[in-house]
Design a protein around this ligand. Structure first.
Ligand code: NAD
Length: 486
């Protein structure tokens, strides 16, 4: 394990103008390594390198299938090196080793999918009568700036980098301060597949310095951000100053509606994945369950059983898929979540299980279930971003929808019922970018993902995401004198 990690700019590994930061293993509280911290000048070097690559035509002149093959090869490179990267990801982020491997496989899948999509981006021909020939083409923006969160540092980089490269953009990645190390693999992958130096640049830096410099840089022509609402507002404000589009994915307070006829035995598995996967640090986590009052007690018994069954401890020790959970990403995030649980109790919520920081080294929070939560409580409105599920009750289906839609967010939502009419009515009424019926996280890289309301705008995943990285050019050709004006 290296003691010090550098940034990757224009094909070179360099230290940062803003010194070094310490990366800590949240599963042990032990120091892991130091990471170079980029300043605004480093960011500028990376953006200039990316711009040079763009202007050179090294990416845009390629036949899309060739670019696509390189993108797909990056995914294969990730899989070939999974045993090298997964332990590092587990140590810096905390997640169990099997979850780290799952994240890297998920990252590879993005390269497979968007590499494959590269040659499907085709324009159209628009009829303007006999005097004209008209067609559209799609061109990349040029330099894509991508600001990455700490909860899935490898997968989130893969999500935007794969689509950005497939469409011919050169990319500058700003990695998160808490989990910067595992992103090195993208630099190695880019070199291994033959991308030119400067096509992929990877820097860690503080949000207010490197992040702000990237999002406000006039040569960055497109921005992708996943993280908090507050930072999303700062980034989109900076982007607006340069009249640059951005994609914002800002988290949520997503609800599962559990109807009276739902299969609660099957629902247990959805809770295990929906709120305890990655210790609940998932933007689309099932952080609220809205259950029909007739099934409340049974549901509580079942989901508290799931919470209590989880073995919680350091990620590296948890090698196999199963009933286990790692720490949160940092003690600060853990303490924030524990505070929110305590505040919910003072507001009248009942703690069924968990809710406390564990008395061992590391950022561990007990898997938590709260019930008697009502709409007006902070815990029902604000993202905890931890292994904490809030249970609310409903009487009528209309009431369930009104509670589910009663936050400023709208990332995902779910409905659990044996009645297809009910499921379809809910799918129509739930205000969210993705609705799951009878399986939380149903879908995949192929299905568009993004938010309504404060959860952000633009879509990642699926073919929809491609349109974030390209701009339309229309070419109208006058043939034979151009007397066709209307
Ligand atoms: P954050 O939004 O502050 O940070 C995310 C990324 O943005 C990091 O890379 C950070 O360096 C960068 N950043 C911060 N300030 C910036 C600025 N002014 N300009 C440009 N970039 C900037 O999130 P956080 O502080 O790491 O976590 C706080 C909360 O955000 C969490 O509790 C959670 O609710 C939420 N969050 C959501 C997601 C998600 O997937 N939606 C991911 C991480 C965090």
């Amino acid at each position: 394990m290296k003691h010090h990690w550098q940034n990757y700019v224009d094909g070179h590994w360099i230290d940062g103008g803003a010194g070094r930061l310490d990366v800590v293993n949240p599963g042990t509280d032990q120091h892991l390594a130091t990471q170079a911290v980029a300043d605004a000048a480093d960011v500028d070097r990376a953006v200039q390198a990316a711009k040079r690559v763009h202007l050179s035509g090294a990416l845009t002149d390629l036949r899309p299938v060739e670019r696509g093959r390189m993108v797909q090869a990056m995914g294969r490179y990730l899989i070939e090196h999974i045993d090298e990267v997964a332990p590092l990801l587990s140590m810096e982020q905390g997640k169990p080793l099997w979850e780290a491997k799952m994240e890297i496989s998920g990252a590879a899948r993005y390269f497979e999918y968007y590499g494959n999509q590269a040659e499907t981006v085709e324009g159209r021909s628009i009829p303007l009568g006999a005097k004209y020939y008209d067609f559209t083409t799609y061109e990349p923006f040029g330099v894509s700036g991508q600001i990455i969160p700490w909860n899935y540092p490898v997968e989130m980089t893969a999500r935007s980098l794969s689509a950005g490269l497939a469409t011919g953009n050169a990319c500058v990645i700003k990695t998160p301060e808490l989990t910067p190390l595992s992103n090195y693999i993208f630099a190695h992958a880019a070199e291994a597949v033959g991308l030119p130096a400067g096509a992929v640049n990877i820097l860690c830096g503080y949000g207010h310095e490197a992040g702000a410099a990237l999002s406000g840089h006039p040569d960055v022509r497109q921005i992708v951000f996943t993280g908090s609402v507050q930072t999303g507002i700062a980034i989109s404000t900076a982007a607006a100053q340069n009249v640059v589009p951005c994609v914002l994915e800002l988290g949520g307070k997503s609800a599962a509606v559990v109807h009276a006829d739902a299969d609660l035995a099957a629902f247990e598995d959805n809770v295990r994945w929906g709120i305890y996967f990655n210790a609940g640090q998932v933007c689309s986590a099932m952080s609220r369950i809205i259950v029909h009052e007739s099934r409340h007690d049974e549901l509580i018994e079942r989901i508290s059983g799931v919470a209590r069954s989880l073995s919680v401890g350091p990620g590296l020790d948890r090698t196999e898929f199963g009933a286990n959970m790692g720490p949160m990403v940092s003690n600060a995030q853990r303490d924030r979540a524990a505070r929110m649980v305590a505040e919910a109790e003072t507001q009248g919520a009942k703690l069924v299980t968990g809710g406390r920081a564990m008395n061992i080294p590391g950022a561990f929070l007990e898997p938590t279930v709260l019930t008697d939560v009502t709409q007006d409580m902070t815990i029902a409105q604000e993202e905890v971003f931890g292994p904490v599920v809030s249970v609310l009750r409903f009487g009528s289906a209309d009431e369930a929808i009104s509670i589910a839609n009663g936050t400023p967010y709208g990332l995902v939502a779910g409905t659990f019922t044996g009645n297809i009419d009910q499921a379809m009515r809910d799918a129509q009424s739930l205000r969210a970018g993705q609705v799951f019926v009878n399986e939380w996280y149903a879908g995949g890289v192929e299905t568009p993902f993004g938010g309504y309301g404060l959860s952000g705008y633009g879509r990642e995943k699926g073919r929809e995401a491609l349109w974030n990285y390209i701009q339309t050019k229309n070419v109208a050709i006058s043939i034979g004198g151009g007397s066709g004006r209307s």
